[in-house]
Design a protein around this ligand. Structure first.
Ligand SMILES: Nc1ncnc2c1ncn2[C@@H]1O[C@H](COP(=O)(O)OP(=O)(O)OP(=O)(O)O)[C@@H](O)[C@H]1O
Length: 439
């Protein structure tokens, strides 16, 4: 196959992923490349490790499904750093923490609630160890602390090749310390944390009541601070209000700048919804963005969840996103979180609609009157629950994951080409999600 043909196939695969999984699609998917395509497997090249990790964790199954639908073969999909980017990465002796590709300054919406935290992170990113040291961010859950910590690291990564940053959760710090003690390798632990240019620790309140870890952190802090290295910390409350932490640590947390993040205003929430939609390449009009911002007020993670729920419902129903659909998704008329839907809910609706029995679906029978409802069960279970392909196959007569994958592809294709199938899936999805008893 020519390079041109491969490129065309890949464009179709990305378009299919966007259609199937709008919540996880990103605009940077347009920069992905095909590193290898040998018929049986596709290696997809990404700009850097953070993109690779994101795709592995969130998009592997949708890329696999899309690739199988487009090529018509049972191809497997892998994600790698692209060859051109690998060369750049190899040149930079960069100790790369696990950064989330979305968590950059460009993707952060600034408003009155987070202006100081944002400005101080920008300042620290531009002159490590020289402005605010330590920088201490605090605020309630889901207000953007982790996002800002990652953004500083992205910024330093862009500006200073060869910088060494350790970014980790406090829980991870404590666990690594415990492991170092168990393995008798405290020296290794020290060299990991005391020789960095910046130490960035999320949720430092996790140190509470862990005396030995506090002691270790105290010495790590002093070593870094005394040699002018940057320390950035986040917590759910200000230093003085974290219980059961030694006074000498509390006073050190207060040495630099302490910046609070408050819940965002309505205007900031609208801007965040628009930014998140834009990042996913989703069209969103002001009416919907404003509606979501009014519904969810305290936690930005939930704001994002609402956006995801609305688009996931629109995809599953094959309907456009309008205010009515957004209301259906968010106002409790349906069982919102797909995790509440069980495979049994789906089987009940499908067996009732087709007038078949569960034992028929679980049997080896391959007549169309049984195969179609069985495949629809698999498709709906895949889209409306979080069960793995294996688990879905297990409920439907112990079928293996490739059978389930094949069924999902067939129904997805039929949904796109056959209006009757689209209407049927839409109706069944509504019944399942509304938990309505079918007469
Ligand atoms: N100002 C903002 N602009 C854009 N996205 C934001 C903003 N604030 C938060 N978010 C998003 O909200 C989600 C939750 O943010 P994050 O994980 O950083 O919160 P957190 O304060 O660290 O919460 P927790 O204490 O629960 O870990 C992330 O997807 C993040 O991108």
């Amino acid at each position: 196959m020519s390079a041109h043909e491969v490129a065309n196939i890949f464009t179709d695969i990305v378009a299919r992923v966007r259609a199937m999984d709008p919540a996880n699609a990103r605009t940077w998917f347009d920069d992905l490349t095909v590193e290898r395509f040998d018929g049986g497997s596709i290696a997809i090249g990404c700009p850097d490790e953070s993109n690779v990790r994101f795709l592995h964790e969130n998009c592997r199954s949708s890329f696999t499904r899309a690739a199988q639908q487009i090529t018509g073969h049972l191809v497997t999909v892998d994600f790698v750093v692209g060859a051109a980017d690998r060369r750049v990465a190899d040149q930079a002796e960069w100790s790369r923490p696990a950064l989330h590709p979305d968590y950059t300054f460009e993707n952060f919406v600034v408003g009155p609630s987070n202006r100081l935290a944002h400005a101080s992170c920008i300042a620290v990113g531009q002159s490590l160890g020289q402005t605010y040291n330590p920088l201490f961010l605090y605020g309630s859950a889901g207000l953007g602390k982790t996002h800002l910590l990652h953004a500083v690291c992205h910024e330093v990564h862009k500006r200073i090749a060869g910088s060494v940053i350790q970014l980790l959760s406090c829980e991870d710090f404590v666990n690594r310390f415990i492991r170092a003690i168990e393995q008798g390798n405290i020296t290794g632990f020290h060299s990991q944390f005391r020789t960095v240019d910046a130490l960035v620790i999320d949720d430092i309140q996790f140190l509470r009541e862990r005396e030995q870890s506090q002691e270790e952190f105290f010495h790590t802090y002093n070593a870094l601070y005394n040699s002018g290295k940057q320390i950035i910390l986040s917590a759910d409350s200000p230093p003085n209000e974290i219980p059961s932490i030694e006074a000498r640590l509390i006073s050190r947390f207060n040495w630099g700048l302490v910046a609070r993040i408050d819940p965002p205003s309505y205007e900031t929430r609208v801007a965040i919804v628009q930014k998140k939609a834009h990042l996913r390449g989703l069209e969103i009009n002001d009416e919907i963005a404003e509606y979501i911002a009014r519904q969810v007020q305290a936690n930005i993670r939930e704001l994002e969840g609402a956006l995801t729920t609305i688009y996931a419902l629109a995809t599953t129903l094959g309907e456009p996103v309008d205010l009515r659909l957004a209301q259906t998704a968010l106002e409790g008329q349906i069982k919102l979180a797909t995790k509440h839907i069980s495979i049994t809910d789906i089987i009940d609706v499908v067996t009732d609609h087709f007038d078949v029995r569960l034992t028929d679906l679980q049997s080896k029978r391959r007549s169309q009157s049984i195969t179609v409802p069985r495949q629809i069960c698999m498709y709906l279970a895949r889209n409306l629950t979080r069960h793995s392909l294996e688990e879905i196959g297990g409920h439907l007569g112990g079928r293996d994951h490739t059978t389930v994958m094949h069924a999902c592809s067939k129904i997805a294709e039929a949904q796109q080409s056959d209006p009757q199938m689209q209407a049927l899936l839409s109706e069944l999805t509504k019944r399942v999600t509304q938990g309505r008893q079918v007469a």
